[in-house]
Design a protein around this ligand. Sequence first.
Ligand SMILES: Nc1nc2c(ncn2[C@@H]2O[C@H](COP(=O)(O)OP(=O)(O)OP(=O)(O)O)[C@@H](O)[C@H]2O)c(=O)[nH]1
Ligand SMILES: [Mg+2]
Length: 222
Amino acid sequence: ETAAVPGYRCQSSHLALKWQSCCQLKVYDCCLDNCFRALCCKGPPPPRPEYDLVCIGLSGSGKTSLLSQLCSESPENIVSTTGFSIKAVPFQNAILNVKELGGADNIRKYWSRYYQGSQGVIFVLDSASSEDDLETARNELHSALQHPQLCTLPFLILANHQDKPAARSVQEIKKYFELEPLARGKRWILKPCSLDDMEAVKDSFSLLINLLEERDFEPSRM
Ligand SMILES: Nc1nc2c(ncn2[C@@H]2O[C@H](COP(=O)(O)OP(=O)(O)OP(=O)(O)O)[C@@H](O)[C@H]2O)c(=O)[nH]1
Ligand SMILES: [Mg+2]
């Protein structure tokens, strides 16, 4: 009896092992099945929406520098944009196809020829520029806000060069640019920024993407 018990025990533990490995196989089988389903049935993630934007601002305001940083390109060797340049700027939930228009005096008069098809506007200004340049920037922004092809679009206004001691605060710029009365009823965001703080720049672009995604815009809300 004593001999039979270990034998029985041996047999039962053998059966238990078999049962256990059978269960393990089933678990692996189930995992593989899930992986297969996940890979084959779920398919690729949905494509990110793309938006076409125009980026304007006086020469030296920092348009190319900011866009290059957003595209993880080297900030070295940036030269003044003659004509225009297009960059696809990737974000987590959208791709922005940004057309930067050179801001030099002799190019600005042609800006409006390149507005067609835009879904939003990025206006970059140098917060530390001279009074004359700030006034020119204000006039250009006012023309853009009132242009028939842009006046209904969302605007992101970036008060750049905030790292400089002479930079005006965003409140001063808001007042000087008379944004409250002029842009009332429009979708616009005014944010301070500098090349030193690209996280803040990305946050501002995320707010712009939110505005671009808004389908049922009611002007009275802004
Ligand atoms: N200190 C400082 N310098 C900046 C900032 N943004 C741009 N710059 C510098 O300003 C200069 C002009 O920058 P760009 O990016 O070429 O300006 P832009 O608006 O593209 O000029 P255009 O192409 O001529 O219209 C470069 O030397 C940049 O390094 C900033 O936030 N702070
Ligand atoms: Mg440029």
